[in-house]
Ligand binder design. Structure first.
Ligand code: GLY
Length: 554
C-alpha cells in the first residue's frame, strides 16, 4: 500500500480592483490552511498569494501529506492574460541517483529502501515553487503570505485523529530518525488528538525563505544542514543538487468532453493525459443514452486503456519521448473505442500487455484558487507516503519526501507475458518521477470548477468521476462526496468504495466479465470550489471523508 497526501484548496477571491465576483471561497484539507488563505485574501492578496499561504500552512499543519521537503504541481490561470500554465515543482532525482539504486546484487528490489529514510528522498521543489509564485504572480511580499504558516509552526496547533492514524502507520519509520521523532512524536509515542505540535526549526526555515527567497532553502546554512544530515544517515544529496533545483513552467493538458473544457496536469504528471485519453474515448460512446451499469462498464473499459498507456509511455518528457500528440488524437481515441464491447469486459491481458509497478502512493495533497479577478490556482502537493520518508536532517525541521518510490524501481523487467514496461519512468539523475497528481479546472458554458484530491493512482479516476458528475450538473458537495470506483489496467479488477456500487450492479458487472474488489474504507479527500459564471455565486465543499474545511466569504 502506498500513501500520498493531497490537499485541495479552492479560493474564489476578493480583489483590489474591479471585482468580477463578490465573494471568495476556500476549501482545503485542514481548517487552519483554509484560514490562512482567507487571511491573505482579506489582506488584499490575490489567489496566487493565497496559494502561497495555503501551501506553506498545510505544510505545517498537515505534515503527513506535504511539506517543504516535498513537491507538487500548481495549475494556474491568470485572468488578465487568459494564460493557463502548470508550475512544476516536482522533486528531482539527485545527481548520484541511478537506475538500479534500489536493487540488490541479484537485481531484486530491496524492501523499503525507496520508502523509508533519506535515500528515498528526491530534491524538493516546494520551497522554489513558493518563491516563484510570489515573485511572478503575487501582489503581496512573500513574507506576508508565509506569515500564517510561521505562526502555526511557532505557536503550535492541536493534532487530530488523521495525524494519529497515519502516525500509527509510520511510527517505526519516524522513530528511526531521532530529529523527526523529537518533533512529531510525544516522547517517542504516537501522540493523542489534542497534543500540540510545535515546529520552531521549520519556522526558521520558512523565515529564511521569506528573507532570502530561493537561496534561503537551496543555498547557505539550511542547505548545508540538510546535506550534512542526509549524508550522515546514508543519503546521497549534495549542495549542488539543491543549488541546481529549478521549477519548470509547463503547458497544461487540455481536453473537451461534450462541451466541458478540462485543463489538467501535464507530464511529469500522468493525470491530465490519462484523464484526456479516457474522456476522449467516452466522448465517442454515448453515455447519456445508457443506464448506470453500462456507464460504469464503459468508464472502466476506457480507464483500463488509458492507464495501460500510462504504464507503457509516460515519464518525465524532458528525458523520454512521450507520444503525447498521438495519445491525444481523435484517431487514437477512435481506435481505442473500437476495441470496447458494450456487453463484455476486455481482460487487461488482451491489451498489448505492459509490466506495471505496484500501485503507487495512495494519498497526496491538492489546492485550487480562483480570485475575484478570475485568477485561479489548483495545486496538488505531496511528500508521498504518510510523513514521507520519515526523515528529518537535524536542526532543519524539514520532513523529507519519499517520492523516489514513484520511479519504476525495476524497469525493464519482463512481466508474465514476457513484455517490458516502465522504461519511460526509470530513475536517472535530475529526472522527475512520474506522478498521478491531477490539479484540474473544469469549465462549461455556465460554471467553473476547481478540484483535486489525494489518492495515488486513484487520483485520476476520482477526478474523472468528479468531472463527469460536474458535467451532469452536480454541485460542489455532490462532486466531492460521490462514491468512487477505480480500475487501473493492472491489477485487472474494479475497486469500489463500500457504497459506490449496488449489489445488483456488482452481480451484473461480474456477468460482463469484470472482477471486483471492495475496499474496506473510502479513499480520497477531494476539495472543490464551483463558480456560477452568470450569478458570480460560489459553492465550496470539502470531502466528508476528510477533516478539511470549505469557506465562502463575501
Ligand atoms: N507521489 C504521488 C504522485 O505524485 O502521484
Amino acid at each position: 500500500m502506498r500513501y500520498l497526501f493531497l490537499i485541495l484548496v479552492s479560493i474564489i477571491g476578493l480583489s483590489h480592483s474591479a471585482k468580477l465576483l463578490a465573494a471568495a471561497g476556500v476549501a482545503s484539507a485542514h481548517p487552519l490552511a483554509t484560514e490562512a488563505g482567507i487571511e491573505i485574501l482579506q489582506k488584499g492578496g490575490n489567489a496566487f498569494d493565497a496559494a502561497v499561504a495555503i501551501t506553506a500552512a498545510i505544510a505545517v499543519v498537515e505534515p503527513s501529506g506535504s511539506g517543504l521537503g516535498g513537491g507538487g504541481f500548481w495549475l494556474m490561470h491568470q485572468a488578465s492574460s487568459g494564460e493557463s500554465l502548470m508550475l512544476d515543482g516536482r522533486e528531482t532525482a539527485p545527481a548520484a541517483a541511478h537506475r538500479d539504486m534500489y536493487l540488490d546484487n541479484a537485481g531484486e528490489i530491496i524492501p523499503k529502501l525507496s520508502i523509508d529514510g533519506p535515500l528515498a528522498a528526491g530534491i524538493p521543489g516546494e520551497p522554489a515553487a513558493l518563491v516563484w509564485i510570489a515573485e511572478n504572480r503575487g501582489v503581496l511580499p512573500l513574507a506576508e503570505s508565509l506569515a500564517p504558516a510561521i505562526r502555526y509552526a511557532e505557536e503550535g496547533f492541536e493534532i487530530g485523529e488523521h495525524y494519529q492514524r497515519l502516525m500509527n502507520f509510520r511510527h517505526e519509520t519516524v522513530l528511526a530518525s531521532p530529529a523527526a521523532a523529537a518533533i512529531f512524536l510525544d516522547q517517542d509515542n504516537v501522540p493523542e488528538p489534542g497534543w500540540v505540535l510545535r515546529q520552531p526549526d521549520l519556522a526558521n526555515v520558512l523565515r529564511a525563505i521569506s528573507d532570502q527567497g530561493f537561496d534561503g532553502f537551496y543555498r547557505g546554512p539550511i542547505a548545508k544542514a540538510l546535506v550534512e544530515g542526509i549524508q550522515n544517515a546514508g543519503g546521497i544529496w549534495t549542495l549542488e543538487d539543491l543549488a541546481n533545483y529549478r521549477v519548470k513552467v509547463r503547458q497544461p493538458v487540455k481536453a473537451n468532453y461534450h462541451g466541458m473544457e478540462i485543463t489538467s496536469a501535464s507530464l511529469p504528471s500522468s493525470g491530465g493525459l490519462v484523464m484526456a485519453i479516457t474522456l476522449n474515448q467516452l466522448s465517442k460512446l454515448d453515455l447519456s443514452s445508457t443506464n448506470s451499469l453500462t456507464q460504469t462498464h464503459l468508464l472502466v473499459e476506457a480507464m483500463r486503456r488509458a492507464y495501460r498507456d500510462r504504464a507503457a509511455y509516460m515519464g518525465d518528457s524532458d528525458f523520454v519521448e512521450v507520444p503525447t500528440e498521438k495519445l491525444l488524437s481523435d484517431s487514437y481515441a477512435k481506435s481505442l473505442k473500437e476495441t470496447i464491447s458494450q456487453s463484455k469486459a476486455t481482460p487487461s491481458s488482451e491489451l498489448d500487455p505492459i509490466a506495471v509497478d505496484d500501485e503507487k502512493g495512495t494519498d497526496t495533497t491538492h489546492f485550487s484558487v480562483i480570485d475575484s479577478d478570475g485568477n485561479r490556482v489548483a495545486a496538488t502537493l505531496s511528500i508521498n507516503y504518510p510523513f514521507g520518508s520519515g526523515f528529518v536532517a537535524p536542526g532543519t525541521g524539514v520532513l523529507l519526501n519519499d517520492e523516489m518510490d514513484d520511479f519504476s524501481s525495476k524497469p525493464g523487467t519482463p512481466n508474465v507475458y514476457g513484455l517490458v514496461g516502465n522504461e519511460a519512468n526509470a530513475i536517472a539523475p535530475g529526472k522527475r518521477m512520474l506522478s498521478s497528481m491531477s490539479p484540474t479546472f473544469l469549465e462549461t458554458n455556465d460554471r467553473i470548477a476547481i478540484l483535486g484530491t489525494p489518492g495515488g493512482s486513484r487520483i485520476i479516476s476520482m477526478i474523472l468521476q468528479g468531472a463527469l458528475a460536474f458535467h451532469s450538473g452536480a454541485d460542489a458537495k455532490e462532486v466531492v462526496s460521490k462514491g468512487r470506483i477505480h480500475h487501473q489496467y493492472l491489477p485487472d479488477r474494479i475497486q469500489y468504495e463500500p457504497d459506490a456500487v449496488s449489489l445488483k450492479e456488482i452481480v451484473q458487472l461480474y456477468a460482463k466479465g469484470h472482477s471486483l474488489t471492495p475496499r474496506g474504507r473510502t479513499w480520497g479527500n477531494m476539495q472543490a470550489v464551483v463558480l456560477d459564471k452568470k450569478s458570480g455565486e460560489l459553492d465550496a465543499a470539502s470531502d466528508p471523508r476528510g477533516e478539511g474545511a470549505a469557506r465562502v466569504i463575501k
